[in-house]
Design a protein around this ligand. Structure first.
Ligand code: NAI
Length: 244
């Protein structure tokens, strides 16, 4: 049983589909009902078991209800991909609007913390589980004009390492995905405003292309599977060699 936040589009949708292909029962958690319906439709049509639970990950009551509803429906929670995130405006640090900064931190950082809190409680009652949190290469280095995004993505790595150490003996593994440029709506949105950026960004990637949502999804599946059973507290970079 796998829970995927931000499963209504992009990397989250690709991961929900990839987990389903591996035979998982999937819970899609998101605020976007329309996108979620599409994810549910794709998985159901290929014979998978899936449901949508509308959730704002930045609210403690909704994060708690999400885990409870998952367990009510499927009996347990084996894996979670905490992936919901927003980008925030592009602004220099000294110009960054405080309310927008709060929103990015609330969703990207507090949202991960809240989801982990209730997932871990459930996983401890079952003797273990695997959690994967989506950070970014912007969680490993500064990203100009994105102080809130980059700050929140750095925080996700710290939160994940801490939980990995705290719950290792309880059989719960916690790992992190650090994608680089991935061909999703979020990336298109950034480039949409400045088309010349596409070639510029691709030139920064030794493989000369953006990654696909599926390439990130496959890493999430692997980090949730027993094939990675001795890996915890790790941040896996998926960037076509850009940070190398
Ligand atoms: P996306 O915008 O396609 O998907 C994000 C999903 O999160 C959306 O379905 C949105 O409705 C949902 N969401 C936003 N706020 C929420 C909230 N409060 N509660 C529940 N759901 C919420 O973006 P994409 O590209 O698939 O990104 C997924 C994750 O990957 C994000 O955390 C992003 O920061 C990260 N990432 C993306 C990269 C890229 O190149 N696209 C690169 C590195 C990291």
């Amino acid at each position: 049983v796998v829970l995927v936040t931000g499963g209504s589009s992009g990397i989250g949708r690709a991961a929900a589909i990839a987990f389903s292909h591996e035979g998982a029962d999937v819970v899609v958690a998101d605020m976007n009902e329309e996108g979620a319906a599409e994810t549910v439709d794709i998985i159901s049509r290929s014979g998978g078991r899936v449901c949508f639970i509308k959730t704002d990950v930045s609210r403690a009551d909704e994060a708690e209800d999400l885990v409870k509803a998952t367990v009510r429906r499927y009996g347990r929670l084996n894996c979670a991909l905490n992936n919901a995130g927003i980008e925030g405006p592009a602004c220099l640090t000294d110009q960054y609007p405080e309310d927008e900064w709060d929103a990015v931190i609330r969703i990207n950082q507090k949202g991960i913390m809240l989801c982990m809190k209730f997932e871990i409680r459930q996983m401890m009652t079952q003797g273990g589980g695997a959690i994967v949190n989506t950070s970014s290469v912007a969680g490993l280095r500064g990203l100009p004009y994105q102080s809130a995004y980059s700050g929140s993505k750095h925080a996700i790595i710290g939160l994940s390492k801490t939980a990995a150490v705290e719950y290792a003996k309880k059989g719960i593994r916690v790992n992190v995905l650090c994608p680089g440029f991935i061909d999703t709506g979020l990336t298109k949105h950034v480039i949409g405003k400045k088309p010349h950026l596409e070639e510029k960004y691709k030139s920064l990637v030794p493989m000369g292309r953006f990654g696909s949502e599926k390439e990130v999804a496959e890493a999430a599946v692997w980090l949730c599977s027993d094939a990675s059973s001795f890996i915890t507290g790790h941040s896996l970079v998926i960037d076509g060699g850009a940070s190398a």
